[in-house]
Design a protein around this ligand. Structure first.
Ligand code: ADP
Length: 603
């Protein structure tokens, strides 16, 4: 804006100065012209005066001669010669004055001629008068020639005067024209300069206003900028101090090293603490000094690679030596930075010695666990085999005990007293119970682990078969069994049938005084199919929710409800074999709902 004002001002001043100079030049030129015209006017006046003087001298000369002729007084002739000389001098001057005017020159020549002729005539008359021929002299003077000469002189003087007056008039007009022309030009110039000054004034004023506005805007902008700069500076200072504290106060060891010389440039407090070297020690050291000598070759190769790819960050696991000589494993990240005008790297170190050690430990623990799991599987299999063999092999002696007891009872009934008969009855009953237990145990141990029989199982179909098994029971108890839509699941059909059979059997068995109502349903969930077998029976106290799934655990007497307490244990085993879980929701007298989840695909 300043430049614009400067420019317009300078342009204005240049134009004004040019205008003034033009005025001055024109004035000088016109005043020179004025001077010229006034010189010419003066010259015209001079010519007129000289012409008159010539005329006067010639008249006076003639008058003196005539006075002498009239009076005979010689004193009249005293001045005649002087006047004749003066007349000649005046004529010479006149001729000189009008040398640039050919017409006047001609007239002067004629004038000289007639004056001379007149003088000759008058001299002749003087001569006659001196010779006392007064009449002859008077004739000569009053004669036609003398009168003609005088008239010619008079005529020539008049013409000369008239010409000079005419010239004078012309020159005066010219001078006036020049003067008024000059005035006009001057006024025009003054007006132009004045208009220009006004225009410049307004232009400068507009520019100044604009400049003022721009200055105000600039000031405003500057203030905003200053504010921003202040904020940014503060942020910069804060971020620098943050950065510094991030570096110096970081819990991880950090340092900056020169990539060319490999010298430590900066180290943080954690590095000093962790490695045991003081900051000064570090500054005197190279990064190779904290490596075991056998790692140095690898390090130098890495440094070389880092130099050729300066922009890349580098990561790696290295071994470092502390001042104490302890070797540690570290995870190192080195970022490229410019530091003190040097190509450098900022290194962040994470000591992973303990992690490596504990990873080794974990690996060992896992290995132990794997071993124990395998051992457990072996012992489980052995246990199942044992249970099977035991229950299978026990059957035979048990059958023998029971058969002989029955034989004893039959054959010797009459010989034995009532008590002995009662004992034998208990023994037979115990043997029967033992047989039932052994059979249950055998069944439990048969829930094998093999998956040979696995495949898609339509549980709806299975449930129909189960319903058929309980047909009579259902009729006798006047039970109502509602079967919902049941899915096809992946599993062992025989085992799933056994599972449903046990649950439906229990629901029928543990009914209350009301006829049993049993609902079998399945709902699809994210993990798998959630089956439920709900009844309106006697219900179970929540205290026993866990216990009932344990083998041979029962809540009732054999006399109240028959059974050995293996049914739910078998259910649990089957469900778990299918990768699911089983649980119960119930309250005494409120019926029970047994839930089990079969995952959609358990491999
Ligand atoms: P058992 O029926 O041979 O006793 P189970 O393992 O099938 O053995 O059942 C264990 C116990 O759980 C039963 O003795 C019974 O007390 C309780 N129980 C099982 N099913 C039900 C049910 N539907 N309603 C009430 N109690 C039940």
């Amino acid at each position: 804006m300043k430049i614009a004002i400067g420019r317009s001002l300078i342009t204005g001043i240049i134009i004004a100065i040019t205008g003034v100079l033009a005025i001055v030049l024109i004035s000088i030129r016109q005043s020179a012209r004025l001077q010229d015209t006034s010189a010419i006017i003066r010259h015209s006046h001079q010519v007129i005066t000289q012409t008159r003087e010539v005329f006067e001298f010639s008249i006076r000369y003639e008058l003196n001669v005539k006075n002498f002729l009239l009076t005979g007084e010689p004193s009249f002739l005293d001045s005649v010669n002087g006047e004749a000389i003066l007349l000649q001098a005046r004529i010479r001057d006149l001729k000189e004055l009008t040398h640039d005017n050919a017409r006047q020159q001609q007239r002067i020549d004629s004038l000289i001629l007639y004056i001379d002729k007149n003088r000759v005539l008058l001299n002749e008359a003087i001569g006659l008068s001196r010779g006392k021929d007064f009449q002859g002299a008077a004739r000569l003077v009053a004669g036609g020639a003398a009168v003609g000469y005088s008239r010619q002189v008079q005529l020539l003087i008049d013409r000369m005067e008239a010409e000079e007056n005419e010239l004078l008039g012309q020159r005066r007009r010219m001078s006036q024209g020049v003067a008024s022309g000059l005035q006009g030009v001057l006024w025009a110039l003054i007006a132009a300069v004045a208009i220009l000054t006004v225009v410049i004034f307004f232009k400068v004023k507009v520019d100044l206003d604009k400049e003022k506005k721009a200055k105000e805007q600039l000031n405003h902008f500057n203030q905003e900028l200053e504010g921003q700069v202040r904020i940014q500076t503060r942020e910069l200072v804060e971020s620098e101090s943050k950065y510094k504290s991030l570096f110096y106060k970081s819990p991880l060891p950090k340092w900056i090293y020169d990539q060319e010389t490999l010298q430590f440039m900066e180290v943080n407090e954690a590095a000093v603490r962790h490695y045991g070297y003081s900051e000064e020690d570090f500054r005197r050291m190279l990064i190779t000094d904290i490596r075991p000598p056998e790692d140095e070759a690898d390090l130098l190769l890495d440094v070389q690679a880092a130099r050729s790819a300066f922009e890349e960050s580098r990561h790696g696991v290295w071994r470092h030596i502390k001042k104490s000589g302890d070797i540690i494993f570290v995870e190192v990240t080195a970022h490229p930075i410019e530091y003190d005008g040097r190509k450098a790297r900022m290194v962040v170190v994470n000591d992973i010695t303990e992690r490596i050690a504990s990873e080794g430990l974990l690996e060992r623990l896992n290995e132990d666990l794997r071993k124990r799991a395998a051992e457990l599987a072996v012992s489980n299999a052995e246990l199942e085999r044992f249970a099977y063999i035991a229950s299978h092999d026990l059957q035979e002696p048990l059958r023998m005990v029971s058969s002989f007891l029955q034989l004893l009872q039959k054959r010797y009934r009459d010989q034995l007293d009532e008590k002995a008969g009662q004992y034998i009855h208990y023994a037979v009953d115990g043997a029967e119970r033992m047989k039932a237990l052994i059979l249950d145990l055998l069944e439990y141990s048969r829930v094998g682990t093999g998956k040979e029989a696995w495949g898609p199982v339509d549980t709806g179909e299975v449930m129909t078969e189960v319903g058929a098994i309980f047909r009579e029971n259902i009729i006798s108890t006047r039970a109502r069994v509602e079967i919902g839509e049941l899915p096809v699941v992946h599993g062992d059909k025989v085992q799933l049938a056994q599972l449903l059979q046990n649950l439906v059997g229990n629901a029928l068995k543990y009914h209350s005084s009301a006829p049993p109502v049993i609902r079998i349903r399945a709902a699809e969930q994210e993990e798998g199919w959630l089956f439920s077998v709900a009844d309106n029976g006697i219900g179970i106290d929540p205290l026993f929710f866990e216990k009932i799934f344990i083998i041979f655990q029962r809540l009732h007497n054999k006399s109240d409800y028959s059974g050995t307490g293996i049914g739910l244990a078998i259910c649990k085993k089957i469900v778990e074999r299918h990768g699911g879980k089983i649980w119960v929701e119930s309250a005494p007298e409120k019926g029970s709902t047994f839930y089990f989840m079969i995952p959609k695909m358990h491999l």
